[in-house]
Write a protein of this length. Structure first.
Length: 437
């Protein structure tokens, strides 16, 4: 998912949202039909530095689609903080857009609702075939053994972004490759009102993404093969504690980051308050905040030892955005044409280049833009050392319950309360008890 702007929603919240006026999903009112396509409604996720920037970027492309097909697309760019609630409300009410973006981590959860069009071989053939797409991206498009619930649109991975000047001032000549190196470097930097590492302790999805990658390094998956949660395994507990300890024990994350939830860590990085941040495709946001490309560098996310991709050294979840079609659309032909347009080689090159992401379409990856230093790190991570989040029906609840547990542990750390193995295990036990049976 892009930039972890999503705050995953629980189903009870969604039920309340459906009951409230103005809170539910969109409507296909005014849309077309297979016989007479007029318009499509499209919910896009916020990919760029602002909603307005996305509107400008996408409107130009939608005009191309209208010129080619005669179908007008009614665009709404939905903030990540609202998107999952909006989608779940739409699946409940049946009042949704024709086409929508979803965080790829939600694919299996939304697939379980039955509201999205399955992408079987016949539907994939309409957009040029399934084999056009990178296998790892398809692996985050729905539950294993089932037809995908969506089509990959933008692929992303985590990287370590670092401030070159702050590193030089601290006498650090290269980015850390291991967590021990990151902590050691961080302690050199974290003084005089400056901090080594940015985090967003109140951003539930961010918490999950970091804990998942660390969990893989500790041999934990958070779910077993049957889809049952295993949040209290030794590896899961160790992963969450390691992440929170960057603030609680190592003192390389500012206590104020416990309250961050929406890109504040990128702002601090751009303003020279924080030297490092673990993020997905941050270049466009740094530029929007006035940071020059030669002021920052990018490296793979650290691992316990050795190199990413060896042993348990997964260093990122397979992040990204998928594009889906609501099954009850009245304009299935038009919706399918739109997905074909958005996943065409030309649009994949243009849109992923604009957003700093990696095309999940194989042919588009050959463009020279995706060999730049920052995007090449993301591309290599996706190819060698990234793993998809568990494709289970309760993934969104996982983001809510465990993400909230980590948020509360960060609050403890910020307040100076001890974060111990026992307190982490207690928090994760509570999270596991809140999961659907």
């Amino acid at each position: 998912m892009r930039r972890f702007r999503a705050a995953a929603a629980v189903l009870t919240t969604t039920a309340l949202c459906v009951a409230a006026t103005g809170c539910g999903g969109g409507s296909d009112t005014g849309g077309g039909s297979n016989d007479s396509p007029k318009t499509l409604t499209y919910w896009a996720s916020n990919q760029g530095p602002s909603i307005e920037a996305d509107k400008k970027i996408l409107t130009a492309e939608l005009k191309k689609f209208e010129k080619q097909t005669g179908i007008k697309v009614k665009l709404e760019v939905v903030p990540w903080s609202d998107l999952l609630n909006r989608i779940l409300a739409a699946t409940t009410s049946g009042q949704g857009p024709d086409v929508l973006n979803i965080g790829n981590t939600w694919s299996a959860s939304l697939q379980a609702t039955g509201a999205l069009l399955p992408w079987d071989a016949k539907n994939f053939d309409k957009i040029g075939g399934k084999d056009r797409f990178v296998e790892s991206a398809l692996g985050s498009a729905g539950a294993e053994g089932k037809d995908p619930s969506a089509v990959p649109l933008y692929s992303l991975a985590y990287a370590l972004y670092y401030n070159k000047a702050m590193f030089a001032d601290a006498g650090i000549t290269e980015p850390p490759a291991t967590w021990d190196e990151l902590v050691a470097d961080g302690k050199k930097i974290s003084k005089d009102g400056k901090w080594a590492l940015g985090a967003e302790g109140s951003n539930l999805s961010n918490n999950i993404h970091q804990a998942f990658a660390l969990g893989k390094q500790h041999g934990a998956d958070f779910f077993d093969a049957s889809g049952k949660p295993t949040f209290t395994s030794d590896g899961a507990v160790a992963a969450v504690k390691q992440y929170v300890d960057f603030m609680a024990k190592d003192k390389i994350i500012s206590p104020g980051n416990a309250e961050y939830a929406q890109n504040q860590s990128l702002r601090d990085f751009a303003q020279g308050k924080t030297a490092m941040v673990l993020w997905q495709a941050a270049a466009s946001t740094f530029a929007a905040q006035g940071m020059k490309p030669d002021e920052w560098g990018v490296a793979p996310v650290p691992v316990p030892s050795g190199a990413p991709g060896t042993g348990q050294n997964v260093n990122s979840m397979v992040a990204g955005i998928n594009i889906a079609v609501f099954k009850n659309t009245k304009n299935l032909d038009g919706a399918t044409k739109f997905v074909k347009f958005m996943t065409s080689d030309a649009e994949q090159k243009l849109l992923n280049k604009t957003y700093g992401s990696i095309p999940p379409v194989k042919a588009a990856q050959s463009d020279a833009a995706f060999s730049a230093p920052d995007t090449s790190v993301l591309r290599d991570t996706l190819a060698k050392s990234a793993a998809p989040l568990p494709q289970v029906a309760n993934e969104s609840q996982f983001e809510t319950t465990v993400g909230t547990a980590i948020k509360e542990l960060f609050a403890d750390a910020a307040a100076g309360r001890p974060v111990t193995t026992d307190s982490v295990k207690s928090a994760l036990t509570k999270a596991q008890q809140q999961m659907p049976k």
